[in-house]
Each structure stands twice: as structure tokens, then as C-alpha cells.
Design a protein around this ligand. Sequence first.
Ligand code: IMP
Length: 174
Amino acid sequence: MPTPSTLISETDLQNRIDEIAGEINRDYADSDLLICVGVLKGSVFFMVDLLKRVTAPVAVDFFQTASYGGAKVPGEVRIRKDLDLSIRGRDVLLIEDIVDTGYTLRTILDLLRFRGAKSVKLCALLDKVEAREVEVPIDYRGFPIENVFVVGYGLDYDERYRNLPYIGVLEEEQ
Ligand code: IMP
């Protein structure tokens, strides 16, 4: 298997996560319970490293989504695994690995609000700014990146590379 070239090093990832956790700790200093919702599977590595640095009381839950036939049109994101917890009246922090077109996050954010969360914020490690097709406000953003396919630190290519400790790029010929 080819080794992806490094786009964001492990050190840079961990330093940025320190900073984001600092912001979250300031913003939620008075929250009695922050419900942190990860989107499976890609967000898991980021979520674990981030939440180990968060000092507010948290509960952890997960969504898993799938797109019908890979089609990228609004309304075609399917919930494969729903939340276990009720979020009514709660502060919710949605944690995602990457925002690409924005359809997945737009769908989940709308659903969280519909279910009566007190507040909903989005924390995304990577932001493919130029790929955006629907608007998704990112409250805590790790890194803007170019419109390239990335792997590692949770992100996969055909389920591979998730356990790389850095964000890498698969070259075209690979
Ligand atoms: P969106 O709905 O187009 O924003 O897609 C978001 C999802 O697509 C992410 O949660 C990833 O699972 C996947 N994705 C988007 N870009 C990449 C990439 O560069 N590498 C790996 N997965 C990606």
C-alpha cells in the first residue's frame, strides 16, 4: 500500500487540537452537560483526542450516516445509526472530521435543532472550503484545506488509512 504524503503533521494536529479545546473550555465553562456528538467513523480519532482535553462535563454519542447511492443532492443523506441520548434542552457540540460539500453536516445540524437542542455548535477538524455546496457554519475549525482527497487520523480510502496519526494525501497515480 502506498504511503500518503504528509499534509498536516501529527504535531500540528495535536497543537491545533490543544487550541480548539481551550476555546471550547472557555465557551462551555458554565455548561452543566455538553452532549458531544461524533459522526462515525471518521470523527472518532479527532473526537477522542479533543475530548480528553475538554474540562466541561460531557456526554458522548454518535450518528452514522450514508448517502443514497452516493448521490450528492439535498435530502439524500440517510441516518444509519441514530443518537441514543435525548438532546432536548441540551448544549450539543457536533464533532466531524471534514466538511466537504456540506450536505451531511447540514442534514445533521437541522435534525439536532428540530429535536429541540438548547444550542448546537459544529467543530470540524478539516474544511474543504472550495468544495462547499451548502452553507454550514463551522464554530470551531481545525484547518482549511484545498480540494484534495485526504486520508488518515480517522479519514479513510476504502476503509484504509484511518489509523495514520497525520493527515495525508494520496497522490493521483496511487
Ligand atoms: P459532505 O457531506 O460532502 O460534506 O461529506 C462529508 C463526508 O465525506 C466526511 O464525513 C467524510 O466521510 C467524507 N469525505 C469528504 N472528503 C473526504 C476526503 O478527502 N477524504 C476522506 N473522506 C472524505
